[in-house]
Design a protein around this ligand. Structure first.
Ligand code: PHE
Length: 401
């Protein structure tokens, strides 16, 4: 999916198998800005494996930001170099990659990961070494709770779970929902819990709460149990590969209820994997590409020109994460981890793609969420929900590609 570009000369892709595990990481004593030759951003992502679109979209988003900066004045008058490591979607590899970026490549900040379980494995390493780590898209609250060097550029799951519960009650007007959660995925478990709690608070009933484990391929026994509970919808807060298979097997079992999900569905591969079976299902997400806002329009155009693809939410968040981080080096006047941390923590009204980015006291961005419906293999925008609550249905449902 990612084409080779000139920029790749600057962004080394190294398989995680090449990583030598190193424990710990000594506190960085950063050299003054004029003593360094380049600004180094380490990026950890799943470039291969069943979540590969997560890593590749992140890489594309970061590389676009780096390319634009380097085409201008650079950062602190230096070129920026992105060093991408593949963790194959595995927490242990993500941790090893983080150690390597800090101890060997001596990066000045780390962007990653997408999957919360991987970010949770990385964050203690970055925190101990006092290297700022910025996750563009991990939504589990525990990620930034690990320490004051850990930042997040998106909303968190207590909000995302509330959004889908509210949409299901107020817009879809459903009473009985089943849950199917991935027990090997911190994101999935956390989101399932929030959804259940919020949906019940709103007067709904959870008629079944079942589980699977990432990598499973046969969901028929579990789906048969769910069918017996006769739900009006099934909430499946997992990642796209499994969700596509679950959708197909549900339809084979004559389950007609729509599936509901979260941002983990956001991959074009979901439409290939789920085909017709995923039609008319709904998921919460960070943005939709047909949003008329000028910043989204500009980003989508630039991204398409670069990669000949439409950016998913992960790509947009990764681009924002890189832009916020690079701006923090400028404001800090150098690469000292503690100074950069202080600047990042004070991020307020940064002009991002999806709107103005402000971090709260927990180093999490506060942003609205959108609800997307899948129609004709496309993402259709149906509602936007602000953090203060209140569902604003789209005036006209528009294709979001
Ligand atoms: N929010 C998901 C997690 O924390 C990751 C994700 C973000 C997946 C955006 C797709 C789109 O695990």
């Amino acid at each position: 999916m990612s084409r080779l570009h000139g920029i790749l000369a600057l962004s080394l892709v190294v398989g995680a198998s090449a990583c030598k595990p190193k424990e710990g990481g000594t506190p960085e004593t950063a050299p003054p800005a004029d003593a360094i030759t380049e600004i180094k951003l380490g990026v950890v992502g799943s470039l291969t494996g069943s979540n590969a679109t997560f890593g590749n979209s992140t890489k594309n988003g970061v590389d676009l930001a780096v390319k634009q900066k380097n085409a201008g004045a650079g950062v602190l008058g230096k070129k920026v170099k992105a060093i991408h490591l593949d963790d194959q979607g595995r927490p242990e590899e993500a941790k090893t990659a983080t150690q390597r970026l800090i101890t060997q490549d001596k990066v000045h900040a780390i962007i990653g990961e997408v999957a919360s379980s991987n970010s949770l494995a990385m964050a203690p390493v970055a925190q101990r070494a006092r290297v700022p780590m910025i996750t563009p898209s991990s939504t589990n609250p525990a990620v930034t709770e690990i320490g004051d060097f850990i930042f997040r550029m998106c909303f968190i799951d207590p909000f995302q779970g509330y959004v889908m519960a509210k949409f299901t009650r107020d817009n879809l007007k459903l009473d009985k929902v089943a849950i199917l959660r991935d027990v090997r995925n911190d994101y999935s478990v956390g989101l399932a819990n929030v959804f259940a709690e919020e949906f019940k608070k709103m007067g709904g009933t959870i008629v079944a709460d079942e589980s699977y484990a990432q990598g499973d391929t046969d969901y028929k026994a579990t789906l048969t149990k769910i069918r017996g509970a006769n739900p009006q919808a099934i909430y499946v807060p997992g990642y796209y590969t499994e969700v596509g298979q679950i959708a197909r097997q549900a339809r084979e079992l004559q389950i007609e209820a729509p599936l509901l999900g979260g941002d983990g569905w956001d991959s074009d591969k979901l439409f290939e994997g789920g085909g017709k079976a995923i039609e008319n299902s709904y998921f919460s997400n960070h943005y939709h590409v047909d949003d008329p806002s000028p910043s989204i329009k500009a980003f989508v155009e630039q991204y398409r020109a670069e990669y000949n693809e439409t950016p998913d939410a992960i790509a947009a968040l990764a681009y924002e994460a890189a832009m916020v981080t690079l701006a923090a080096f400028e404001t800090a006047g150098g690469v000292d981890g503690t100074k950069v941390r202080d600047v990042l923590a004070a991020t307020k009204d940064f002009p991002g793609v999806t709107g103005k980015i402000t971090l709260n006291a927990k180093r999490d961005a506060v942003k609205p969420a959108v609800v997307i419906q899948i129609r004709d293999g496309k993402r259709m925008f149906v509602a936007q929900i602000a953090p203060e609550g209140g569902v604003a249905p789209a005036k006209t449902a528009t294709a979001a590609q």
